[in-house]
Design a protein around this ligand. Sequence first.
Ligand SMILES: NC(=O)c1ccc[n+]([C@@H]2O[C@H](COP(=O)([O-])OP(=O)(O)OC[C@H]3O[C@@H](n4cnc5c(N)ncnc54)[C@H](OP(=O)(O)O)[C@@H]3O)[C@@H](O)[C@H]2O)c1
Length: 268
Amino acid sequence: MNEKRADARAWDAILERLATLRRSEEDQPVVREPGTEGHAGGRSQVEAIYLPLVQTRKLVIAQLGQTLDGRIATHSGHSHFVTGAEDIEHLHRLRALVDAVVVGAGTAISDDPQLTVRHVRGDNPVRVVLDPSGRVPSDRKLFQDGAAPTLWLQSRRAKPPSASGTVEVLQMDEVAAGGGFHPATVLERLAARGMTRVLVEGGGLTVSRFLAAGVLDRLHLTVAPLLLGSGRPSVTLDPVRTLQEALRPQCRHFALGPDILFDLCLRP
Ligand SMILES: NC(=O)c1ccc[n+]([C@@H]2O[C@H](COP(=O)([O-])OP(=O)(O)OC[C@H]3O[C@@H](n4cnc5c(N)ncnc54)[C@H](OP(=O)(O)O)[C@@H]3O)[C@@H](O)[C@H]2O)c1
């Protein structure tokens, strides 16, 4: 069997497992955890990467594609594309495995993303935009294309746009220190609507807030062999004094074409 066909088969099995998980009242732990290196245990790379993501009904995962020097876009917001085609396909697989995909206002403005599943088989998630001040223009594709439901999260201080078609405006209180929605509250609001599997797709500020709040189960960082030397940062956290205080999550890594995916498990 050629590699593409084997990947397609493995992906079908992952989607089937996801469907079982969604129908079930219980988690479906994998019998054997894939090892710390990509292909351990004779599994294909598709199985090794995605099987751990279809064992619990609740999953909060974030992703970023960054340069070697930790940038996700130029200063002007140009980010197409930091990582290669294999990582784009990986991103579409992640979208297919969740109920909701969350982006910050900066990404909705700069990228005008669709946030749909197009490169692999799978269903589109609900699209969620964190836009407390209502600064994202309503002509963005995800507000216009009707390809999937879109939740536009705004603070009560924003002047709400009129909701239309597949777009719903949800007003929330800003309670996080320094303003913004507490990531745990965002997840609670999504869970209350049955969305317990969530991908935080970017950008750097949004992923960093979810990471700092301790609500992420996993973080997928794909590093491309590219140096920018300037630009929008990937993860940024409050300063720590010593390296002992740094996050050292359990990590597996996989080659995605010319890039390396670091799969960080943030739960013991
Ligand atoms: N390489 C990649 O993987 C990747 C992925 C996605 C995006 N990008 C690039 O990243 C850039 C944007 O990233 P960014 O870090 O500058 O911005 P961002 O994370 O997309 O958006 C940040 C903004 O979203 C809102 N937001 C985020 N979390 C919030 C929370 N918990 N509560 C309330 N509001 C929240 C805030 O809006 P307000 O400022 O209005 O308060 C915040 O300033 C773009 O250039 C895009 O092209 C790259």
